[in-house]
Design a protein around this ligand. Structure first.
Ligand code: PDD
Length: 278
């Protein structure tokens, strides 16, 4: 697997970073995960725009302009043996000594990209849906930044792993925020509902695509706060992400969502998404 680190392409297994890298010591970095279908990166401009926003939010100077990022990503894609890929892209603040919380004046960002084979959900998962559990959102107040500081997300995900479920749906102050690594939509009486972008969630690229498709295909839609009670009473519950696309959540905390099978609006939207990404 050919990867990229700080200006050179090399086999992933040969790459290493200094232990003083602030990504390692502080989780001081940001990332993107970009799906690639048949060697075509999906919504690359939007991913690069979100990367730029994350970098600005954590005060790391963007090491590349958009054209350079675009070339880097496409070069990496071309060098993989497989056509459907998941591109992981990470920028940390780089190494600095001595260890100190204060942002160093002169560190050089560490830029890492690598590719994995992309495995969108199998047909059986799409047909049957998945189980999720819920918990209070344990994270900080800037969940809009796609940072590598993911301990809250990791612990949230652990709850669903323990339960043999696929995702953990989180609530804060009685309101739906998002999943540990996905955004969440509900359907009630034919109306698609999802929270508006805020500092309490990451604005997913897939989330934006689903909203666009809903508008384009005339699916009734409201973007507004969604209460925990509304989630528990929903006819349909979905999760969206670059790796999972759109999946129906058919049980939450062991109780069926709606009829306990993927609903009609889900099936429509899944079809629209498959067409759109092709
Ligand atoms: N995660 N919310 C969180 C907390 C996420 O980690 C992700 C994606 C999303 C969905 O964003 P998008 O649609 O842009 O993938 C929402 C990626 C897949 C990851 O961590 O690898």
């Amino acid at each position: 697997l050919i990867a990229y680190l700080n200006g050179r392409f090399a086999p992933l297994a040969e790459l290493s970073v200094p232990v003083l890298d602030r990504g390692f010591l502080f989780g001081d970095g940001v990332y993107e995960m970009i799906p690639v279908y048949d060697r075509r990166p999906f919504r690359l401009d939007e991913h690069l725009a979100r990367l730029a926003a994350s970098l600005a939010a954590v005060r790391i100077d963007n090491p590349h302009d958009e054209a350079t990022w675009d070339t880097l990503v496409r070069t990496l894609i071309a060098r993989q043996p497989f056509a459907d890929q998941s591109i992981y892209l990470q920028v940390t603040r780089g190494a600095a000594y001595p260890r100190n919380h204060a942002i160093p004046a002169d560190s050089t960002p560490t830029v890492l990209l690598f590719a994995d084979p992309l495995n969108p959900p199998a047909a059986a998962l799409v047909e049957q849906g998945v189980a999720a559990v819920s918990m209070q959102d344990p994270r900080w107040q800037r969940c809009d930044i796609k940072t590598t500081s993911l301990l809250g997300n990791v612990l949230a995900r652990a709850a669903s792993v323990d339960a043999g479920a696929v995702e953990t749906v989180m609530f804060r102050d009685g309101l739906l925020t998002e999943g540990s690594a996905s955004n969440i939509f509900t359907v009630k009486d034919g109306l698609l509902l999802t929270p508006a972008p805020s500092t309490r969630m990451l604005t997913g690229i897939t989330y934006d695509v689903v909203l666009e498709l809903a508008r384009h295909h005339g699916v009734p839609l409201q973007i507004r706060p969604v209460s925990e009670a509304e989630v528990r009473a929903a006819d349909e519950l979905w999760l969206t992400s670059s790796s999972k696309e759109i999946l129906a959540i058919v049980s939450l905390d062991g109780r069926p969502v709606g009829n306990g099978v993927p609903g009609p609006i889900y099936r429509r939207m899944y079809g629209h998404y498959q067409q759109f990404k092709a």
